[in-house]
Design a protein around this ligand. Structure first.
Ligand code: 1PZ
Length: 215
Protein backbone atom coordinates (compact mmCIF):
# COMPACT_ATOMS: atom_id res chain seq x y z
CA UNK A 1 0.00 0.00 0.00
CA UNK A 2 1.19 3.50 -0.65
CA UNK A 3 1.93 5.95 2.09
CA UNK A 4 -0.69 8.67 2.14
CA UNK A 5 1.19 11.74 3.27
CA UNK A 6 -0.72 14.16 5.42
CA UNK A 7 1.88 16.90 5.03
CA UNK A 8 -0.42 18.96 2.83
CA UNK A 9 1.13 17.84 -0.45
CA UNK A 10 -1.11 18.89 -3.26
CA UNK A 11 0.00 18.59 -6.84
CA UNK A 12 -2.21 21.45 -7.99
CA UNK A 13 -0.21 23.88 -5.86
CA UNK A 14 3.10 22.38 -6.89
CA UNK A 15 2.30 22.72 -10.58
CA UNK A 16 1.00 26.26 -10.01
CA UNK A 17 4.41 27.12 -8.56
CA UNK A 18 5.96 26.22 -11.91
CA UNK A 19 3.38 28.39 -13.64
CA UNK A 20 4.58 31.37 -11.58
CA UNK A 21 8.17 30.97 -12.86
CA UNK A 22 7.83 33.11 -15.98
CA UNK A 23 8.39 36.82 -15.59
CA UNK A 24 7.15 39.53 -17.96
CA UNK A 25 10.23 39.13 -20.18
CA UNK A 26 9.69 35.34 -20.46
CA UNK A 27 12.66 34.73 -18.22
CA UNK A 28 12.46 31.80 -15.81
CA UNK A 29 12.73 32.83 -12.16
CA UNK A 30 15.03 30.56 -10.17
CA UNK A 31 13.25 30.77 -6.81
CA UNK A 32 9.82 29.50 -7.90
CA UNK A 33 11.56 26.97 -10.20
CA UNK A 34 13.37 25.51 -7.18
CA UNK A 35 10.23 25.78 -5.03
CA UNK A 36 8.40 23.75 -7.68
CA UNK A 37 11.07 21.07 -7.51
CA UNK A 38 10.87 21.00 -3.72
CA UNK A 39 7.14 20.43 -4.00
CA UNK A 40 7.70 17.56 -6.44
CA UNK A 41 10.20 16.00 -4.03
CA UNK A 42 7.62 16.24 -1.20
CA UNK A 43 5.12 14.51 -3.47
CA UNK A 44 7.66 11.87 -4.51
CA UNK A 45 8.39 11.13 -0.85
CA UNK A 46 4.77 9.99 -0.46
CA UNK A 47 5.27 7.34 -3.15
CA UNK A 48 7.36 5.11 -0.93
CA UNK A 49 10.95 4.72 0.27
CA UNK A 50 11.91 2.88 -2.93
CA UNK A 51 12.15 6.33 -4.56
CA UNK A 52 14.59 7.66 -1.94
CA UNK A 53 17.52 7.35 -4.35
CA UNK A 54 15.65 9.62 -6.74
CA UNK A 55 14.61 12.25 -4.24
CA UNK A 56 18.11 12.36 -2.72
CA UNK A 57 19.59 13.28 -6.08
CA UNK A 58 16.91 15.88 -6.72
CA UNK A 59 17.44 17.38 -3.25
CA UNK A 60 21.22 17.51 -3.78
CA UNK A 61 20.70 19.45 -7.00
CA UNK A 62 18.18 21.83 -5.46
CA UNK A 63 20.68 22.49 -2.65
CA UNK A 64 23.49 23.28 -5.09
CA UNK A 65 21.23 25.88 -6.71
CA UNK A 66 20.09 27.30 -3.36
CA UNK A 67 23.72 27.83 -2.42
CA UNK A 68 24.29 29.82 -5.61
CA UNK A 69 21.10 31.74 -4.82
CA UNK A 70 22.36 32.72 -1.37
CA UNK A 71 26.04 33.16 -2.25
CA UNK A 72 28.06 36.23 -3.23
CA UNK A 73 26.73 36.14 -6.83
CA UNK A 74 23.09 35.52 -5.93
CA UNK A 75 21.80 38.25 -8.23
CA UNK A 76 23.38 36.46 -11.20
CA UNK A 77 21.24 33.44 -10.39
CA UNK A 78 17.92 35.29 -10.32
CA UNK A 79 16.77 33.71 -13.58
CA UNK A 80 17.92 30.75 -15.68
CA UNK A 81 18.85 33.27 -18.38
CA UNK A 82 21.00 35.40 -16.07
CA UNK A 83 22.67 32.24 -14.74
CA UNK A 84 23.64 31.14 -18.25
CA UNK A 85 24.98 34.62 -19.13
CA UNK A 86 26.93 34.92 -15.91
CA UNK A 87 28.46 31.45 -15.90
CA UNK A 88 29.32 31.56 -19.61
CA UNK A 89 30.85 35.04 -19.40
CA UNK A 90 32.98 34.00 -16.43
CA UNK A 91 34.07 30.66 -17.84
CA UNK A 92 32.43 28.75 -15.00
CA UNK A 93 30.87 26.02 -17.12
CA UNK A 94 32.83 22.82 -17.50
CA UNK A 95 32.43 21.57 -21.06
CA UNK A 96 34.52 18.43 -20.45
CA UNK A 97 34.34 15.61 -17.95
CA UNK A 98 36.86 15.12 -15.14
CA UNK A 99 38.24 18.58 -14.69
CA UNK A 100 38.76 20.27 -11.36
CA UNK A 101 36.19 23.01 -11.71
CA UNK A 102 33.27 22.99 -9.26
CA UNK A 103 29.84 22.01 -10.56
CA UNK A 104 28.09 24.74 -12.46
CA UNK A 105 24.53 25.92 -12.14
CA UNK A 106 24.14 25.23 -15.86
CA UNK A 107 24.91 21.51 -15.61
CA UNK A 108 22.85 21.18 -12.43
CA UNK A 109 19.76 22.81 -13.93
CA UNK A 110 20.21 20.72 -17.08
CA UNK A 111 19.58 17.56 -15.00
CA UNK A 112 16.37 19.01 -13.55
CA UNK A 113 15.38 20.26 -16.99
CA UNK A 114 15.66 16.74 -18.42
CA UNK A 115 13.59 15.44 -15.51
CA UNK A 116 10.94 18.07 -16.26
CA UNK A 117 10.43 16.46 -19.68
CA UNK A 118 9.88 13.11 -17.97
CA UNK A 119 7.34 14.75 -15.63
CA UNK A 120 5.49 16.38 -18.47
CA UNK A 121 5.31 13.19 -20.54
CA UNK A 122 4.30 11.10 -17.54
CA UNK A 123 1.51 13.39 -16.34
CA UNK A 124 0.29 13.90 -19.91
CA UNK A 125 0.22 10.11 -20.31
CA UNK A 126 -1.81 9.74 -17.12
CA UNK A 127 -4.14 12.57 -18.14
CA UNK A 128 -4.99 11.06 -21.51
CA UNK A 129 -4.50 7.39 -20.58
CA UNK A 130 -7.99 6.42 -19.52
CA UNK A 131 -9.17 4.71 -16.35
CA UNK A 132 -7.38 1.39 -16.82
CA UNK A 133 -4.02 2.59 -18.16
CA UNK A 134 -1.04 1.08 -16.39
CA UNK A 135 0.80 3.77 -14.42
CA UNK A 136 4.06 1.83 -14.45
CA UNK A 137 3.94 1.46 -18.24
CA UNK A 138 3.15 5.16 -18.76
CA UNK A 139 5.99 6.00 -16.39
CA UNK A 140 8.50 3.67 -18.08
CA UNK A 141 7.58 4.91 -21.56
CA UNK A 142 8.00 8.54 -20.43
CA UNK A 143 11.31 7.71 -18.81
CA UNK A 144 12.60 5.89 -21.88
CA UNK A 145 11.65 8.88 -24.04
CA UNK A 146 13.52 11.33 -21.79
CA UNK A 147 15.86 10.75 -18.84
CA UNK A 148 16.84 7.18 -19.70
CA UNK A 149 18.91 8.46 -22.62
CA UNK A 150 21.27 10.10 -20.09
CA UNK A 151 21.38 7.43 -17.40
CA UNK A 152 23.78 4.51 -17.14
CA UNK A 153 22.44 0.97 -17.13
CA UNK A 154 22.44 0.54 -13.35
CA UNK A 155 20.27 3.62 -12.81
CA UNK A 156 17.92 2.62 -15.63
CA UNK A 157 17.56 -0.79 -14.02
CA UNK A 158 16.86 0.57 -10.51
CA UNK A 159 14.44 3.11 -11.91
CA UNK A 160 12.49 0.56 -13.93
CA UNK A 161 12.14 -1.70 -10.88
CA UNK A 162 10.93 1.20 -8.73
CA UNK A 163 8.32 2.13 -11.36
CA UNK A 164 6.69 -1.28 -10.94
CA UNK A 165 5.69 -0.28 -7.40
CA UNK A 166 3.60 2.66 -8.60
CA UNK A 167 -0.08 2.44 -7.65
CA UNK A 168 -2.80 2.35 -10.29
CA UNK A 169 -4.06 5.55 -11.92
CA UNK A 170 -6.96 6.03 -9.53
CA UNK A 171 -4.79 5.71 -6.41
CA UNK A 172 -2.16 7.93 -8.01
CA UNK A 173 -4.75 10.65 -8.70
CA UNK A 174 -6.09 10.21 -5.17
CA UNK A 175 -2.61 10.84 -3.79
CA UNK A 176 -2.36 14.06 -5.83
CA UNK A 177 -5.03 15.48 -3.48
CA UNK A 178 -6.87 17.47 -6.11
CA UNK A 179 -10.32 15.91 -5.79
CA UNK A 180 -12.06 13.45 -8.10
CA UNK A 181 -10.47 11.75 -11.11
CA UNK A 182 -12.27 14.23 -13.37
CA UNK A 183 -10.89 17.16 -11.40
CA UNK A 184 -7.39 15.68 -11.53
CA UNK A 185 -7.64 15.31 -15.32
CA UNK A 186 -8.91 18.86 -15.64
CA UNK A 187 -6.18 20.25 -13.37
CA UNK A 188 -3.50 18.49 -15.44
CA UNK A 189 -4.98 19.81 -18.66
CA UNK A 190 -4.68 23.32 -17.28
CA UNK A 191 -1.23 22.95 -15.69
CA UNK A 192 0.75 20.91 -18.22
CA UNK A 193 0.91 23.54 -21.00
CA UNK A 194 2.73 25.81 -18.53
CA UNK A 195 5.24 23.08 -17.70
CA UNK A 196 5.75 22.47 -21.41
CA UNK A 197 6.36 26.18 -21.98
CA UNK A 198 9.02 26.28 -19.25
CA UNK A 199 10.63 23.22 -20.74
CA UNK A 200 10.62 24.71 -24.26
CA UNK A 201 12.08 28.04 -23.16
CA UNK A 202 14.88 26.31 -21.23
CA UNK A 203 15.55 23.93 -24.11
CA UNK A 204 15.87 26.89 -26.50
CA UNK A 205 18.15 28.76 -24.07
CA UNK A 206 20.45 25.76 -23.64
CA UNK A 207 20.43 25.00 -27.34
CA UNK A 208 21.40 28.59 -28.25
CA UNK A 209 24.38 28.36 -25.92
CA UNK A 210 25.22 24.77 -26.92
CA UNK A 211 24.79 23.58 -23.35
CA UNK A 212 22.53 20.57 -23.96
CA UNK A 213 25.33 18.00 -23.56
CA UNK A 214 27.07 19.33 -20.44
CA UNK A 215 28.85 16.48 -18.63
C1 1PZ B 1 6.08 9.05 -9.43
C2 1PZ B 1 7.28 8.31 -9.84
C3 1PZ B 1 8.48 9.08 -9.77
C4 1PZ B 1 9.62 8.52 -10.51
C5 1PZ B 1 10.77 9.47 -10.72
C6 1PZ B 1 11.24 9.46 -12.16
C7 1PZ B 1 12.58 10.02 -12.39
C8 1PZ B 1 13.65 8.98 -12.38
C9 1PZ B 1 14.98 9.61 -12.19
C10 1PZ B 1 16.01 8.67 -11.67
C11 1PZ B 1 17.16 9.39 -11.02
C12 1PZ B 1 18.10 8.45 -10.37
C13 1PZ B 1 19.10 8.98 -9.43
C14 1PZ B 1 20.20 9.86 -9.90
C15 1PZ B 1 20.58 10.10 -11.07
C16 1PZ B 1 21.66 11.05 -11.47
O1 1PZ B 1 22.79 10.32 -11.86
C17 1PZ B 1 21.15 11.90 -12.61
C18 1PZ B 1 22.23 12.67 -13.34
O2 1PZ B 1 22.86 13.56 -12.47
P1 1PZ B 1 24.46 13.57 -12.37
O3 1PZ B 1 24.87 12.18 -11.90
O4 1PZ B 1 24.96 13.86 -13.74
O5 1PZ B 1 24.79 14.63 -11.35
N1 1PZ B 1 20.15 12.80 -12.09
C19 1PZ B 1 19.03 13.13 -12.78
O6 1PZ B 1 18.82 12.68 -13.88
C20 1PZ B 1 18.04 14.06 -12.12
C21 1PZ B 1 16.87 13.30 -11.59
C22 1PZ B 1 15.87 14.17 -10.92
C23 1PZ B 1 14.62 13.40 -10.65
C24 1PZ B 1 13.53 14.24 -10.09
C25 1PZ B 1 12.27 13.47 -9.99
C26 1PZ B 1 11.14 14.25 -9.44
C27 1PZ B 1 9.94 13.38 -9.37
C28 1PZ B 1 8.66 14.06 -9.25
C29 1PZ B 1 7.56 13.09 -9.03
C30 1PZ B 1 6.21 13.60 -9.26
Amino acid sequence: AMAYGDDGHNLREVLATFKSCLDEKSEILMDPYLAGWKGLVRFLNTMGTIFTFVSKDAVAKIQIMEEFRSGPHKESYRTLQSMVSYEMANNLVDMKKNTERPVSGCRTILRLHRALLWLQLFLEGLRTGGADCKTSVVCTDSYNASLANYHPWIIRKATTIAFCTLPNREAFFENMKVGSNEEAVEMLGEALPHIKKLYDITQELYSQHKLLDLP
